[in-house]
Design a protein around this ligand. Structure first.
Ligand code: PEP
Ligand code: MN
Length: 338
């Protein structure tokens, strides 16, 4: 259930409503927007008589949520979520964010060269995998925490924030000092124990859509994180598996407006994994910005064709610089900045 408070509702009135909701056996999640406070009640609400809440002072209206995801749904924050980072950078506002870096952190020189390029392009986020979910156990698995330390150092030197994939619960703690945003990869979208644990973390989570997941399943996975009290979730469309073989995955651009309609959370377009092909990354990045993506995640490398993982989809640095210029034009055309 969602209880929308009146614009002028006082803190005392809000607390009184929370108390009645809790007495009725529901868990209350509060969000305070620019104009109004919304209280989401999660739990056994089916048998509750909503008029009991409607008559409380300060309440504007009360309704049941029919969708299975209560906190990820648009009604929880009708005005949309802007995820804010400690340095003031945001994802979900008017500005389209750029998250760029190698598929995997490989060595000091590689990540420092890339960080310099990411900063020069005006992007705010440096990505790189330290723990890599590879299809083959014999493929490069990533440098682990030492790799993450290198990326963190490079990011500090260039005023960037770091995004890196966490594959299991035991990695969260050691990653914390070096990670500004935890990525949950496609293969782990339904690792519910990991998601629950990330709900306890107070850092943003970038949740990628699973290889064969519906949008509803993505939003339900997100609910696992949010129900723990971590509301800073950024969703990511990274392509899904279809019968088409011309591209590595089929990038579902329509997921971007669909998610904006269903959810208040920001959505990132990842044309690198979305297509798996260097020559298709630019067109799909532009399509994603045109469709309303709040950020673009792209894999880049100074020796792209020699990258230790995902070489075929990785852009050379000059291609990335050119792409950012083009994305700026598209962003302006759709009323955004970049
Ligand atoms: C990645 O970002 O490098 C990655 C492994 O992504 P995904 O989980 O989308 O395959
Ligand atoms: Mn990759």
């Amino acid at each position: 259930m969602i209880v929308s408070m009146q614009e002028k509702a006082t803190e005392e009135q809000i607390y009184a409503v929370i108390e009645v909701m809790e007495e009725s056996g529901v868990n209350v999640h509060r969000t305070t927007g620019a104009t109004q406070t919304i209280l989401a009640g999660v739990g056994p609400t089916a048998g509750l008589d909503l008029s009991k809440f409607e008559v409380l002072p300060g309440v504007l209206n009360v309704h049941r949520i029919s969708s299975p995801y209560k906190l990820a749904g648009r009604a929880f924050r009708p005005e949309g979520t802007v995820v804010e980072f400690p340095n003031g950078a945001t994802i979900g506002g008017k500005q389209v964010a750029i998250i760029a870096g190698p598929c995997a952190i490989e060595n000091r020189e590689q990540i420092f060269t890339i960080a310099k390029c990411v900063q020069a392009a005006g992007a705010g986020f440096l990505r790189g995998g330290a723990f890599k979910p590879r299809s083959s156990p014999y493929a490069f698995q990533g440098l682990g925490i030492p790799g993450l330390q290198l990326m963190h150092e490079a990011a500090q030197e260039h005023g960037l924030l770091t995004v890196s994939e966490v594959m299991e619960i035991s990695q969260i703690e050691p990653m914390l000092p070096y990670t500004d945003c935890f990525q949950v990869g496609a293969r782990n979208m339904q690792n519910f124990n990991l998601l629950r644990e990330l709900g306890q973390v107070r850092k943003p989570v970038l949740l990628k859509r699973g290889i064969a997941a519906t949008i509803e399943e993505l939003l339900l996975s997100c609910e696992y994180i949010m129900s723990g009290g971590n509301y800073d979730v950024i969703l990511c469309e990274r392509g899904i598996r279809t019968y088409e073989t011309a591209t590595r995955n089929t990038m579902d651009i329509s997921a971007i407006p669909v998610i904006h309609k269903l959810s208040h959370l920001p959505i990132v377009g990842d044309p690198s994994h979305g297509t798996g092909r260097r020559d298709m990354v630019g067109p799909m990045a532009k399509a994603a910005v045109a469709a309303g993506a709040d950020a673009i995640l792209v894999e880049i490398h100074p020796n792209a064709d020699k990258a230790a993982s995902d070489a075929a989809q990785t852009l050379f640095l000059d291609q990335f610089e050119k792409l950012v210029g083009e994305l700026r034009v598209i962003a302006t055309a759709v009323g955004r900045t970049l």
